[in-house]
Write a protein that binds this ligand. Structure first.
Ligand code: ATP
Length: 299
């Protein structure tokens, strides 16, 4: 696919482009009586980098599941490339959290990328030589060629995450949905993963939805932030959303946002309170979540 330049930016930091890749209108997710978030109006445009932040239990994973078509909205609409969303399809490349490997440990890196291609394929299969070349190209694009034939169980967390990015890119998606892809990676691997995602959006105009507890590794890349907390949300540029005023209003209590040496520190943000009847064992992805802070400091 020919490189697409980054969309022009408006004064608000959002790209100036026509059809949104993703569009939520009046969207809500509820589990039984409990509404996790509601009234969400959000467009993600070509080349945009949207960071999704919020404490544990604020509904980030629920948003990811909704965008993937695995969680029905309880209100509102979701369109992908202007059409009502079905089960996500090939337009959304999904990069998961580091997960337990058990079922995949014996697969080679190239098998995972190949599965990424096959997972959405309904028509006639391309010839195996063509598939192999495509898998090789993808692995090269994420810097994983040298371990293409190594079982995943023998790779480091950072190497595996490169392969998962390759798997997510296998369908040449218009949107990359990244669910805490930096968890348990060291700083060098965090940088490598964010650079790969950023390179893809710059070369192809891919929209990025990047769920993270930790804004600082991606702060320089982010166009807009969606911050979920306490059933409410804020959307805007990092400067607009990550301010003491905006977060204090969202949390309903005094929260201080400090900027120190180019890093954002959030001080005093309360933990999200999960409903007492909820059993966290329902969802392994939820269990895998890390600390609820954004470089935060508890009161
Ligand atoms: N399938 C489910 N059934 C009932 N409640 C659920 C279900 N999935 C999530 N919840 C609840 O909905 C709320 C939001 O959960 P979600 O996993 O989306 O939050 P999160 O922001 O991703 O949290 P974390 O940062 O801990 O991963 C939580 O209170 C959670 O316990």
């Amino acid at each position: 696919m020919a490189p697409v330049p980054l969309a022009r930016r408006t004064g608000s930091g959002a790209p100036d482009d026509s059809t949104p890749l993703l569009s939520l209108r009046g969207a809500a997710v509820s589990y039984g009586e409990r509404t996790v978030w509601q009234g969400l109006d959000l467009d993600v445009r070509s080349g945009e980098f949207l960071a999704v932040l919020g404490p544990n239990g604020s509904g980030k994973t629920s948003l990811v599941r909704a965008l993937l078509g695995r969680q029905p909205l309880s209100a509102g609409t979701l369109t992908v490339l202007g059409r009502p969303a079905g089960r996500s399809g090939r337009h959304i490349g999904y990069i998961p959290q580091q997960a337990a490997l058990s079922a995949q440990a014996m697969l080679r890196a190239r098998d995972l990328v190949r599965f990424g291609m096959d997972g959405h394929r309904f028509g006639p299969r391309p010839r195996s030589g063509a598939i192999r070349r495509r898998v090789d190209d993808i692995l090269a694009s994420v810097g994983a060629s040298s371990y293409a034939d190594v079982p995943l169980g023998m790779l480091s967390g950072g190497e595996r995450q490169r392969v998962r990015i390759g798997q997510a890119l296998a369908t040449d998606p218009r949107i990359l949905l990244c669910d805490e892809p930096l968890l348990s990676l060291d700083l060098n691997h965090q940088r490598a993963v964010t650079e790969l995602v950023d390179a893809r959006r710059r070369s192809h105009g891919t929209g990025v939805v990047f769920v993270t507890h930790e804004i600082n590794p991606v702060l320089g890349l982010v166009d807009r932030v969606l911050y979920l907390a306490r059933g409410g949300h804020r959307i805007g540029t990092p400067e607009e959303v990550l301010s003491s005023e905006s977060l204090s209003e969202l949390y309903g209590t005094q929260v201080d946002v400090l900027r120190v040496r180019g890093r954002v520190l959030v001080v005093g943000a309360p933990d999200e309170i999960a409903p007492p009847h909820h059993d966290p064992a329902h969802d392994p992805a939820h269990e895998a979540a890390a600390s609820p802070t954004i470089d935060g400091v508890r009161p």
